[in-house]
Design a protein around this ligand. Structure first.
Ligand code: FAD
Length: 504
């Protein structure tokens, strides 16, 4: 059994301000810590009401609640504004507990209080700073997202929320996936070093919308001590990524317009060249046959009439005819416009490329009453290819589709262009509502000079041969879907070579 004097000493020596009052809150006892916190000596407080400490700024409702609880014989805890003897205000974190006798009647109140002014000040400061940061972050016209180590969004601003609802996706995850692919191994290195990246231009496409959105992204990793009770003495650091995305769509649109116009001029020139090339190749092909026949006839005659001088002039004429036809063929070959096979390879975005072509074809589609369904995958791997040749190739496929639709019925004229992609391959699917290609012709259409068009058409039948050449030069494949019965469906598959892979 502990001696009662020990309890007295514990209260006396406690660092917490302790007071004992009667039921009217008149102070009967105050410990030295109480004197220290309030500045009042025992002579000055004993017999006085605790209201002596009130700064008269605590709202009445607080006292009413306090007394309400005490009268129910329940303890009360709260913060009051107090005033020390020297008139200095302080915040008292006060707990009052009723003390009851053996009959359960309240005889005294026990008060314990601490000066928490500094703690409250710091808490308020933190709250204010948080509110300030949130207002600044929300006022920013760039999208700001904070992601934790697990990749969860822990903070985002209003601009980000607006973009995310507009693109109907968790934009940050898509952008981050694209950035990760762009940076490759570098991503993890930067993350480990709390590094940063900038100027990552990512295009984001939504099905049905011809124009994609472009974001210029930058990011910074930083580490902060987390707050976890079990890690209080050895708090682990959490790594965060601050991702900032600036919408640069308007700049990109202007660039697009310039690019589409340049492309229009280039394609017009290339179309003209291709027309000339097809015509000349057709002429060469047609001249080569009689020339070969003359050659064969000359050889046969020479063997049969060997030594017969009378026939020498005939052989000479045939020889001349052969030589002049070969000369004509050579001249035609020299007139062939240069092809773009040697064009440089560069990093391309197939979504953008197709979008450009659709933009170029808008006028014709409107004139033919074609409904276009543009279904790009939101983020497509970048592709290393020959810009002009790929443009011409896809333009040719889309032109073919429009030609087929024009030949087909007037109603339900539809063109669908879809893209898909993963780490391995980019797939472009072009569907038209035209008459389709009969099964027996699906391979033949790739042969030179084969055309299903009638003689009035100016097509020489070299188009799909050139399409296949371009795709083969990009290690890809082009096929017609034999299962598709509502028109024609073409698959173009372009493999991504790993060493050149990046995303946009
Ligand atoms: P008061 O006229 O004292 O009271 C305000 C309201 O409280 C009244 O409307 C009344 O309904 C209710 N009330 C007051 N006294 C009683 C009572 N005895 N029984 C039932 N209801 C009552 N106040 C501080 O400002 N700072 C302190 O540090 C502080 N410490 C306290 C410690 C203890 C142990 C106790 C019991 C009370 C303490 N108080 C403290 C409360 C203080 O006694 C006063 O109630 C308060 O300061 C308000 O004073 P007032 O003169 O403005 O109003």
């Amino acid at each position: 059994m502990l001696p009662p004097s020990l309890f007295f000493e514990v209260v006396e020596q406690s660092a917490v301000a302790i007071s004992i009052t009667d039921t009217k809150a008149n102070i009967l006892y105050a410990n030295p810590a109480f004197n220290r916190v309030t500045g009042y000596s025992n002579d000055e407080v004993l017999g006085k009401n605790e209201s002596l400490l009130s700064d008269r700024n605590t709202p009445a409702i607080v006292y009413e609640t306090m007394w309400g609880r005490l009268l129910q014989q329940k303890p009360w805890t709260g913060i009051l504004i107090n005033r020390r003897k020297n008139n200095e205000r302080y915040l008292a974190d006060l707990t009052i507990a009723p003390v009851m006798d053996s009959k359960g009647v309240t005889t005294h109140y026990l008060g314990l209080h601490r000066d928490v002014t500094e703690v409250e000040r710091l808490q308020q400061l933190t709250k204010n700073q948080k509110a300030l940061i949130e207002s600044v972050v929300n006022a920013a016209t760039v999208a700001i997202v904070l992601l934790n180590e697990q990749g969860d969004i822990v903070l985002d601003n209003l601009t980000y929320k607006a973009y995310a609802s507009e693109t109907k996706s968790e934009l940050a995850f898509d952008l981050l996936a694209a950035i990760k692919h762009n940076l490759g191994d570098q991503y993890e290195v930067l993350k480990r070093r709390n590094g940063s990246f900038k100027n990552q231009q990512i295009s984001f496409h939504t099905a049905g919308q011809l124009h994609g959105r472009w974001f210029n992204c930058s990011g910074t990793w930083f580490s902060e001590k987390g707050f976890n009770t079990d890690e209080f003495f050895a708090a682990k650091k959490q790594t965060y990524l601050l991702l900032v995305a600036n919408d640069i769509t308007h700049i990109k649109r202007q660039e697009d317009e310039i690019r589409v116009n340049t492309m229009r001029a280039l394609l017009a020139e290339e179309e003209m060249n291709q027309g000339i090339r097809e015509t000349l190749l057709g002429a060469i092909y047609q001249m080569q046959e009689p020339s070969n026949l003359i050659q064969a006839a000359t050889e046969t005659l020479r063997r049969r009439l060997e030594g017969d001088e009378a026939n020498e002039p005939l052989l000479a004429v045939l020889q001349q005819a052969r030589e002049s036809s070969q000369r004509a063929i050579e001249t035609l070959k020299q007139c062939l416009p240069a092809s773009q096979e040697r064009e440089e390879f560069r990093v391309l975005n197939i979504n953008e490329l197709l979008r450009d072509i659709l933009a170029l074809s808008t006028e014709r589609m409107l004139a033919l009453g074609i409904t276009v369904e543009w279904m790009p995958t939101s983020v497509l791997p970048q592709f290393n290819g020959q810009d002009k040749r790929l443009h011409s190739m896809f333009k040719h496929l889309i032109d073919n589709a429009m030609d087929a639709i024009e030949y087909g019925p007037r109603h339900g004229r539809e063109l669908r262009v879809k893209t898909e992609g993963d780490d391995q391959v980019i797939r472009v699917i072009i569907e038209d509502s035209g008459p389709g290609i009969p099964a027996q012709l699906r391979l033949k259409v790739f042969e030179p000079f084969f055309t299903t068009r009638d003689h009035r058409s100016k097509a020489a039948g070299m188009g799909l041969t050139i399409v296949q050449d371009v795709i083969t030069d990009h290690f890809g494949t082009v096929t017609f879907d034999p299962e598709y019965t509502q028109g024609c469906r073409v698959y173009v598959e372009l493999p991504i070579r790993r060493d050149e892979q990046s995303f946009s």
